[in-house]
Write a new protein. Sequence first.
Length: 98
Amino acid sequence: MIWKYDTDTPMVAAVTPTAGGVLFTADTKGNFLALDAASGTVLLKSALGDPIGGGVVTYMLGGKQYVAVAGGMKNPVVLTESGPAWVAILSLPGQPKP
């Protein structure tokens, strides 16, 4: 084991590593996380609301990088309640245009 991330709630969301050394995931408190893949350092922790237990994907469109995360999870096993399912799309800072 190189590193671990401890949380007080279950983590059932996808774990999405990237070629750029960033790992994306989320927790059942509704926090979207970006971690340094080499060290486990939290680069971003953003509260999106409802529990997150779905997919996290990254894609490029028109030269800009995006991350999509599926949220809203009512699950009796991990004891979560939420509103309807949703998808949040976040864009990563792009390169400045010359």
